[in-house]
Design a protein around this ligand. Structure first.
Ligand SMILES: Cc1cc2nc3c(=O)[nH]c(=O)nc-3n(C[C@H](O)[C@H](O)[C@H](O)COP(=O)(O)OP(=O)(O)OC[C@H]3O[C@@H](n4cnc5c(N)ncnc54)[C@H](O)[C@@H]3O)c2cc1C
Length: 387
């Protein structure tokens, strides 16, 4: 049992661990080597209902809170898996749940809960604007009963394993809005109809086995009913969902951190060089101990974010700080783990190099560490906005 765990959370941990035991290190190693997608794992997580944790019961989900959802993703990573392959299905529906019409929610949420439909993708980032989201150039222009989409997105994950995508596009030109955050809208795009009919997908080879793509929109026509909420308010809707997403990513990093620490300590106890376990040397012990302290500290901030979110308070500060601390701590733990393993850390069969690559992503995506520091400086410390 971890800090703050209740019996319910412990039961969730045990349930997820039991499922993950069927997808052991050799499973993930093979998926990584083949650069394939863990379909069987995703199906098992869906069928067991773990991915619909936060969908309300009236729409076929379990109606659980962020604390419970975070434990699910944490355990996947703590068991050696990669929850980056499933987390989109858990959190991309936030915009739909919070801002979709009752009709849209009834149409989609039960099918997302059962896994009949996959909403694994969210298209925000663009090649020429990057982190400066309000400058996005992808446009959606209303023409009768349709919107016509033109533009480009980059780094859009799991498109090839998703039926639907949340898309952010500009519906009013930047020059015509009072505030740059206005005039963008959110759409639920049916990828099964869009790909090949105005949407082209170009996979991006990358250092992690993470299915991610460049998207090209060339007069893609989508029904006007795809709009979520009010036209022009999409940026605020996206921001609304981010606190939960950041807390979930923090939990994934905590899971990674626990995996690295456990793996390091085990190896340091077992590996004998100079006639004694390497873990008897303080030079080997201290980085592992330091990583443990930092993961535990990040975990406290994660629980604070969960408590605030689940009680309806603004979790912005805690969610950002939890993501910052956890992503940094998991990376330090990864580094300590690789160093502890010496040369063997580089051998694929130890899984360290794979997890090392996987956890590194979280200081860049879904939000880079610098942008969290900017948020804290501006919103908590009242320093002048830097951009
Ligand atoms: C594997 C992967 C999967 C992804 N999946 C998705 C997805 O599914 N959907 C999606 O929309 N996006 C996705 N992304 C995109 C991701 O969110 C962005 O890469 C990230 O937000 C950074 O944007 P950028 O790459 O354009 O970097 P840039 O904005 O070009 O920034 C580059 C560097 O400069 C720093 N920087 C920029 N401006 C400032 C500033 N004002 N002050 C200080 N530092 C600054 C940044 O912190 C960063 O380190 C994914 C990215 C990766 C790598």
């Amino acid at each position: 049992m971890h800090t703050y765990d209740s019996d319910d959370l412990t039961a969730i941990r045990e349930g997820v661990r039991a499922l993950c035991a069927e997808f052991d290190a050799s499973y993930w190693r093979k998926i990584d080597e083949e650069k394939s997608f863990p379909e069987a794992f995703v199906k098992a997580m869906t069928d067991a209902g773990w991915l619909s944790a936060m969908i309300p019961e009236q729409y076929g989900g379990s109606g659980l809170g962020l604390a419970e959802a975070s434990v699910i993703l944490e355990e996947v990573n703590a068991c050696g898996g990669n929850s980056g392959t499933v987390h989109g299905q858990m959190y991309n529906m936030f915009t739909l749940l919070r801002h979709g019409s009752e009709e849209q929610k009834r149409q989609y949420l039960p099918k997302l809960a059962s896994g009949e439909l996959r909403l694994q993708s969210m298209g925000v980032t663009e090649p020429t604007t990057g982190t400066d989201t309000t400058k996005i150039k992808t446009t959606a222009v209303r023409q009768g009963d349709e919107y016509v989409i033109n533009g480009q997105k980059v780094w859009i994950s799991r498109i090839q394993h998703s039926d639907l995508m949340i898309l952010l596009a500009r519906t009013t030109p930047l020059a015509e809005v009072k505030k740059k955050s206005e005039g963008m809208s959110i759409f639920l795009v049916d990828l099964r109809e869009a790909i090949g009919n105005g949407l082209t997908v170009q996979p991006i080879a990358n250092m992690v086995n993470h299915e991610t793509n460049e998207l090209f929109f060339d007069n893609l026509k989508i029904p006007a009913s795809s709009l979520i909420g009010e036209e022009g308010k999409g940026f605020r809707y996206i921001l609304d969902g981010l606190n939960a997403e950041r807390t979930l990513i923090a939990a994934e990093c905590i899971g990674d951190g626990r995996w690295f620490i456990e793996k390091s300590a085990q190896y340091a106890r077992d590996r004998v060089v100079f006639g004694r376990p390497i873990g008897q040397n303080q030079g080997v012990q201290f980085p592992i101990a330091e990583a443990h302290i930092e993961i535990e500290a990040a975990d406290l901030m994660r629980w604070r974010a969960c408590a605030e979110y689940d009680s309806g308070q603004n979790a912005g500060a805690s969610a950002n700080m939890a993501k910052y601390l956890a992503a940094k701590a998991s990376w330090e733990a990864a580094n300590a783990c690789l160093q502890t393993h010496g040369g063997f850390g580089f051998a694929c069969e130890y899984d360290v190099e794979r997890k090392f690559r996987e956890t590194r992503l979280y200081q860049v995506a879904p939000i880079s560490t610098n942008l969290i520091l900017s948020y804290v400086a501006e919103h908590l410390l009242e320093l002048p906005r830097s951009f």
